[in-house]
Ligand binder design. Structure first.
Ligand code: 5AD
Ligand code: FES
Length: 362
């Protein structure tokens, strides 16, 4: 019985597998329970992270990703410093509280320096007010530290799949795409003092509900502060497209993602969970639905409009032809539509992180 499972203090693997598969009334019960837990712990405030897609130049070759190095049909771009800073200024002026800066993965000294410089300037022009999440892939401990000292305080690094075998079915098996290094990177980020976020893709070829249950347990074991996870959406110009016959329907991937979000909210009530853009690519109200079942962070895209088409990780990416201003007016409406309110100005740190910090200092 679903009620018996939902009463438990700690869900085990079988419970999670069961919850991932519920339908009909039981599914409604799951979603309602997750919504109640959210209301009680993080409340009905949705925090904004203005998403800046800094560059789609990438040194890696993930088998699912549209901006992988070996895709010759991507128009590569890199925002210059002024473009990045004006997006940051926009977020600050509109009281977004935080920005999330995402990029293809590069490890060159020039790239590291550019990010570092950008961080310092972002802090300076916003009088230290803007919160900054970085999502720039795997870097050395030294680089992570350098960026932390320059003002980044949250870092997102998706594990993509916590199952090592599945990981190597969706990444080339080489030193540049090592599962162990990725897990180690997450631990290093935590050690340095970042709020750490991870996440997975849902509905990958060869992925089972057991894998997904293990992904959630991986997040709990790592005691993450934030999570961003979304449905896998096949991209024609990637090697994984060949395995499209293996896929669940796009609607099933969408539903499974809502289940993952709801279950994670139940397992880790006080973390931040993003309603990701990939959900919106499938359903116009995808992110709102995610908010209703447990998500509490929205990442409106504030990349200068002319570049958006080129950051195509997957197909049908939404809002690629808008300006940030267009999005601004619809955010409030969207959030209010599902009876939530936007948390303007504050950094919106995860409650989980605040508690951990408190425990460490007492
Ligand atoms: N479908 C869905 N998500 C994808 N990502 C990359 N490619 C795809 C895809 N085809 C996600 C990865 C990555 C994030 C930036 O985008 O999880 O970490
Ligand atoms: Fe760029 Fe995966 S293809 S990090």
């Amino acid at each position: 019985m679903i009620q018996d499972i939902l009463k438990k203090q700690k869900l085990n693997r079988e419970d999670i597998i069961y919850l991932l598969s519920v339908t009909g009334e039981d599914e409604k019960t799951l979603f309602r329970h997750a919504a109640q837990i959210k209301e009680k712990t993080v409340g009905n405030t949705v925090y904004l992270r203005g998403l800046i897609e800094m560059s789609n130049v990438c040194a890696k070759d993930c088998l699912y990703c549209g901006i992988r190095k070996s895709n010759p049909n991507t128009n590569r771009y890199t925002l210059d410093e002024n473009e990045i800073l004006s997006a940051i200024r926009f977020a600050h002026e509109n009281r977004y509280g935080s920005v999330a800066i995402q990029s293809g993965e590069l490890n060159s000294p020039a790239f590291i320096h550019k990010v570092d410089n950008m961080l310092r300037q972002a802090k300076e022009i916003t009088h230290n007010e803007i919160g900054i999440t970085l999502s720039c892939g795997e870097q050395t401990e030294e680089t992570y530290r350098r960026w932390f000292n320059s003002g980044a305080h949250r870092y997102l690094l998706r594990i993509e799949s916590s199952d090592e075998l599945l990981y190597y079915r969706i990444h080339p098996r080489d030193r540049n795409h090592s599962y162990d290094i990725r897990v180690e990177a997450l631990k290093t980020l935590r050690k340095i003092g970042y709020q750490v976020g991870t996440g997975v893709m849902i509905g990958l070829p060869f992925q089972t509900v057991e894998h997904l249950a293990d992904d959630l347990i991986f997040m709990r074991t790592l005691d993450i502060d934030m999570c961003g996870m979304g449905p896998y959406i096949e991209h024609k110009e990637t090697p994984l497209y060949e395995s499209r016959e293996e896929l669940l329907s796009i609607q099933e991937r969408f539903r499974l993602t809502l289940h993952m979000i709801a279950i994670l909210r139940i397992m880790m009530p006080d973390i931040n969970i993003a309603a990701t853009t990939a959900l919106q690519a499938i359903d116009k109200l995808g992110r709102e639905k995610a908010i209703q079942v447990g998500a509490n962070v929205l990442m409106p895209n504030i990349t200068p409009g002319k570049y958006r088409d080129n950051y195509s990780l997957y197909e049908n990416k939404p809002c690629t032809n808008e300006n940030a201003d267009d999005c601004k007016s619809c955010i409030n409406i969207r959030v209010q539509m599902v009876n939530h309110e936007v948390g303007y100005a504050g950094w919106g740190d995860s409650k989980r992180f605040e508690k951990r910090k408190f425990n460490l200092s007492h």
